[in-house]
Ligand binder design. Structure first.
Ligand code: NAP
Length: 280
């Protein structure tokens, strides 16, 4: 039996077990995907335990992606630059770290809006861990320009600096969410806007940006898995919209491929995810 899992704090509401369980079944793999709820102080001990238990790999989620980047023996260059590992592959006792969030977002943008990341100009609302991982991936994939708007301006500036150190010559700008004039100007020529803050996780959360700041008719995606106020506001202005379900699907599909070396059964995984979301 192959063992995989998800390390997080908390993880009990995760949609990944049904998604990966369906993929293993569809591919005829005798494998499990287990939830491993772990507080930050116990990460090293948990990782040692998983290795002794013969786990072949695992995902890491909030708040452990940076800790996982520090613990792996080697990491993919993008994951290293982002300081974010959400997928670990165990091979010959060695831990290799990857970040599949950016791949997941890129595939989700392609599926929802036929958007091609290389050469595009992309706006991010938020500069936390998920935005960092995706911006690094996009920088590596040849994006033309990145706009990063965040509540804490210093974090947006710092992220942009790290991206431009990783990919010199990349166009970019950083601004504060509070400065709506600067935000509107910065987003004016982007091809897509990504909502990457945690605002919207609760049903009553307001949109983190006024709809007037979004460029007219430009597609917007929210990383959150449901119809947020941000998406409602964008849709009411005529923007094509998509939530974060597809990003979750494709980041999981990439993890599956890294662990098994097989093509992920994406349609099976999507159906399992839809059922799990409907039952939430
Ligand atoms: P994080 O590292 O904690 O970052 C949180 C971000 O939200 C920061 O930019 C923070 O701004 C901002 N923020 C928090 N409260 C705010 C408020 N009241 N007003 C404005 N901005 C606020 O979280 P993360 O890991 O990047 O995750 C961000 C979101 O992406 C979460 O909703 C998560 O569920 C989602 N996500 C989805 C997927 C997927 O597969 N669909 C994958 C990963 C993450 P400051 O810097 O100012 O604090």
């Amino acid at each position: 039996m192959l063992r995989f899992g998800l390390i997080g704090w908390p993880v009990k509401h995760s949609l990944s077990p049904p998604m990966h369980g369906a993929a293993f079944q569809a591919c005829g793999l005798d494998a499990t995907y287990e939830l491993i709820e772990t507080p930050p102080s116990e990460i090293p001990a948990t990782v040692r335990h998983l290795q002794t238990q013969g786990f072949r790999g695992w995902n890491a989620t909030v708040p452990h992606k940076a800790a996982m980047a520090a613990i792996v023996d080697q990491a993919d260059p993008v994951a290293r630059a982002a300081n974010s590992v959400n997928t670990v592959v165990v091979s010959d006792g060695q831990l290799t770290g990857y970040s599949t969030d950016g791949y997941g977002l890129e595939e989700a943008l392609r599926a929802a809006f036929a958007l091609v990341v290389p050469g595009s100009s992309i706006g991010f609302i938020g500069a936390g861990g998920a935005a960092r991982a995706c911006c690094m991936h996009f920088a590596n994939r040849g994006v033309r320009k990145l706009v990063i708007a965040n509540r804490t301006l210093e974090s947006a500036i710092s992220l942009l600096g790290d991206i431009q150190a990783f990919q010199s010559g990349l166009l970019g700008s950083a601004c504060s969410l509070a400065d709506t004039h600067a935000l509107q100007a910065a987003l004016a020529d982007v091809d897509v806007v990504i909502q990457a803050t945690s605002v919207g996780l609760h049903a009553h959360d307001p949109s983190p940006v006024p709809a007037e700041c979004l460029p007219k008719g430009i597609p917007v995606m929210d990383m959150i898995y449901r119809r947020t106020q941000f998406l409602h506001a964008a849709a009411s202005c005529g923007a094509p919209i998509a939530d974060g379900q597809s990003m979750l699907l494709y980041q999981g599909a990439r993890s599956f491929e890294l662990w098994t070396g097989r093509e992920a059964p994406v349609d099976v995984m999507r159906r399992a995810l839809e059922i799990a979301l409907a039952n939430q």
